[in-house]
Ligand binder design. Structure first.
Ligand code: GLN
Ligand code: ZN
Length: 764
């Protein structure tokens, strides 16, 4: 037989039950036992789903009330001192509220403290809590949750495989504050705790433990590679079988290392890196299991089972029973169940597979490879082949005019008419802005009334005209307010937008939207990424009417507001039948038309947001330049249609520019606004060192905090900025959009910001 398993299953529940329960618990509406009961119920259901689908093992350890990396931090006792209650037994169990306080700064019990940092997990849109590390840190087995879950699963009669983040990836994901601190120095102290965990699992009768080590698909320094040998040689003493799981890409130069570690099995990703299968087969010792990740765990498309069956036949021949089959990575990154999509059309549905469907795909492929295929399996293959043939031939995918237009794009479409210094003169004439001009990043508070109106509109309770009238009132209100504060370049406030990607996707052809396709983003937060199905086109202008209306209300310049092509791509499920960059170029062309229309409507400045540009960076450094080249090109394709006098802004709320500053400059936006207030303007160093040539608005107001920044503080921040960037090229603005704030804070904050700009003008 060929054993079928998954590396992990979505934990939020088909109806986001986990989100609701956890939030109710935080708000005091659900007690601890009731919360635990929901967790237990979800685990039981997800294990049962795996069994019902026919998987040979169910995976335990993928559940978390907040985050699986945080689970390991709790389990090894890596709890920063500020979260430990004085009266608590320092050797006691790290309880759930401590985890919640680490994640969010507060919980129903325990004193509030500054939350741990959260950041994106590899190149996914999932965020994990960064382990806080320091020299000399001690570890201990501090949570028995995992063992309890194993008992639960075994109690329900399931064959159990445990999944756990491996020790090196856990350290790799961690951070230490102190200069000169080396995370690897903690490995010898950490390994005994892993040893203890493995021994306990063995005592419980667990045969296989999957240690997730996706760090192995990245560029590892030599010490880290060596540490893998050291760590896994030390863990081999444990009386369980270890499956080393790698995913999100190919092993590359770590392939021999990974294949030779003293473990009992290796999992590889053959979706992102199909080419590595042969090399791994050639390097794998004769006793090891190879788990092939053949079903895409990162995207929503139905698998080509016939093709995979054929492609894996050779591996099956060489490995026999030592071949296992799985999705490429945990199914955490895809929505739960396609069957819950009542509104997607049947044709599109036949091209998709969510987590629940991917279980079936995995099982069918495994049974076919193990020569245990049933009639049902053969029927599934036939159905998949038919659906995929239909997809390839569908007119929904290809619009010849899009390909034609792309083929016609040349250098002329990728550059503005003149270089920045010439444009700056034209813009100065057109905009007549003071020194240190003030602006905001786009959105204003999404008040309860705005959200209620949108809900009513979507439910059909509020008519189109009434809804639009209300949004126009919101825009008028935003304009009045900005004029009263004295802001120089205004925005319309984005009241009409639910989400910066969905809003545009809904108006573009080639996109599809699910009802219930939620994916965990972090903690209780879920996102519903749109699906890019076919060639992207723009049937009609998307933002022009709103911006034109906003501009009609004021003499001050109004800034149009678009989401950039890279961010539109990055925050969606992208079609897998053409390179990502082609899809991105199509979006760029559609947005280019919007830029042209805004300009023609008399909008003097247009902001093209690209907050996701940096997170699109590939995991391997060697692939960065290629990505940056096409990403920059896509941005330029969108922006370059603008005439010299039209000022192009971009915005990025990312805290690292050092290594991509050349690409940022190559965007050639006239103005870039960035998030800097929390870093005390240090982020500007990269711009200074590079001699960044265009204008910059370093955020002076941390929009994540309800605190109202005072004038002196913002003046002082801008003075720091002025030490690094010539004052003629500086703007004064918040860090990001203000949609999550209330007017009560925004009003005094923006008034102070304007006052700070006036003070700066007096000084310079
Ligand atoms: N224009 C958007 C806003 O203000 C930008 C959001 C973002 O950077 N994430 O909301
Ligand atoms: Zn932002």
């Amino acid at each position: 037989m060929t054993l079928a398993h998954v590396l992990g299953y979505p934990r939020i529940g088909a109806d986001r039950e986990l989100k609701r329960a956890v939030e109710a618990y935080w708000h005091g509406e659900l007690d601890r036992d009731a919360l635990e009961a929901v967790g237990w119920e979800l685990r039981a259901r997800h294990w049962q789903a795996q069994r019902d689908a026919g998987l040979d093992l169910v995976t335990v350890g993928d559940f978390a009330f907040y985050d699986q990396v945080l689970n390991v931090s709790a389990m090894v006792g890596a709890v920063p001192a500020r979260f430990a209650a004085e009266e608590e037994d320092p050797r006691g169990e790290v309880d759930l509220d401590t985890q919640f306080r680490m994640a969010r700064g507060r919980a129903p019990t325990g004193a509030p403290a500054a939350a741990c940092e959260m950041t994106k997990y590899f190149d996914t849109n999932y965020h994990y809590l960064v382990p806080e590390l320091h020299a000399g840190q001690q570890f201990r087995l501090a949570s028995t949750r995992l063992f309890d879950e194993v008992d639960e699963a075994r109690g329900a009669g399931h064959p159990v495989k445990v999944a756990l983040t491996g020790p090196l990836t856990w350290l790799w994901l961690g951070k230490g504050r102190d200069a000169g601190f080396d995370r690897l120095s903690l490995l010898p102290a950490l390994l005994p705790v892993y040893g203890e965990i493995l021994a306990r699992l063995a005592e419980q009768g667990v045969e296989w433990v999957q240690l997730d080590e996706p760090a192995l698909v990245q560029d590892l320094p030599l010490e880290w590679r060596n540490a893998y040998e050291f760590a896994y040689s030390s863990l081999r003493a444990a009386p369980v079988k270890l499956l080393l799981a790698t995913y999100f890409g190919g092993l590359g130069d770590n392939l021999r290392l990974a294949a030779s570690l003293p473990v009992d099995g290796l999992h590889i990703d053959t979706v992102r890196a199909p080419e590595q299968l042969t090399a791994v087969l050639d390097n794998l010792s004769g006793y090891k299991v190879l788990s092939v990740g053949a079903i895409d765990g990162r995207n929503v498309w139905r698998a080509d089972l016939a093709m995979l069956h054929e492609r894996l036949a050779n591996a099956r021949m060489r490995l026999g029973e030592r071949l296992w089959l799985a999705p490429s990575c945990s199914l955490l990154h895809v929505p739960v169940d396609l069957a819950a999509e009542a509104t997607l059309d049947e044709e599109l549905k036949s091209w998709l597979a969510f987590a629940r469907q991917k279980l079936d795909e995995t099982v069918t492929l495994a049974r076919l490879l193990g020569n245990r295929g049933t009639d049902e399996d053969r029927a599934r293959v036939t159905a998949a082949t038919a659906a995929l043939d239909a997809r390839r031939a569908s007119p929904r995918l290809h619009r010849p005019e899009v390909a034609q237009r792309l083929a016609g794009v040349g250098d002329a479409e990728l550059s503005r008419d003149n270089p920045y210094p010439v444009r700056a003169l034209a813009q100065r004439r057109a905009l007549d802005l003071p020194l240190f001009p003030t602006t905001t990043i786009g959105s204003f508070p999404q008040t309860a009334e705005i959200r209620a109106a949108r809900r009513a509109f979507k439910n059909g309770e509020l008519g189109h005209d009434a809804y639009e009238a209300q949004m126009r009132d919101e825009i008028a209100d935003a304009v009045r307010r900005q004029e009263a504060y004295g802001i120089d370049m205004l925005v319309h406030g984005e009241a009409e937008r639910n989400d910066m990607v969905e809003y545009f996707g809904e108006q573009l052809d080639g996109y599809a939207f699910t009802r219930n396709g939620w994916v965990q983003s972090y903690g209780s937060r879920c996102v519903k990424p749109p699906i890019i199905v076919g060639d992207v086109t723009r049937p009609a202008a998307m933002t022009v009417a709103w911006s034109r209306y906003a501009q009609s209300l004021t003499k001050r310049p109004m800034k149009g507001m678009l989401t950039g092509p890279v961010t539109m791509l990055q925050w969606a499920f992208v079609r897998d039948d053409q390179p990502r960059e082609v899809t991105c170029r199509q979006i760029a062309l559609a947005l280019r038309d919007e830029v042209a229309d805004l300009e023609a409507a008399g909008i003097p400045a247009i902001q093209i947001d690209e907050p996701a540009l940096r997170e699109g960076l590939p995991l391997r450094h060697s692939e960065w330049q290629d990505y940056l080249d096409w990403a920059v090109e896509c941005f330029r394709l969108t922006a370059s249609v603008a005439r010299d006098a039209t000022q192009i802004h971009t915005h990025m709320c990312y805290s690292e520019f050092n290594d991509i500053i050349a690409a940022i400059a190559a965007l050639d936006a006239d103005v870039i606004t960035i998030e800097t207030s929390r870093s005390n303007m240090e982020l500007l160093d990269a711009f200074q060192d590079f001699a960044y040539p265009n204008e910059i608005g370093p955020g002076v107001y941390d929009i994540h905090s309800p605190n109202v920044p005072d004038v002196a503080w913002m003046v002082q921040l801008m003075e720091k900025a002025a030490e690094r960037i010539p004052v003629e090229r500086l703007w004064v603005n918040p860090d990001c959009g203000l949609k999550t704030r209330g007017w009560a804070e925004v009003e005094p904050a923006l008034a102070n910001m304007v006052e700070a700009a006036r003070e700066l003008r007096r000084r310079h």
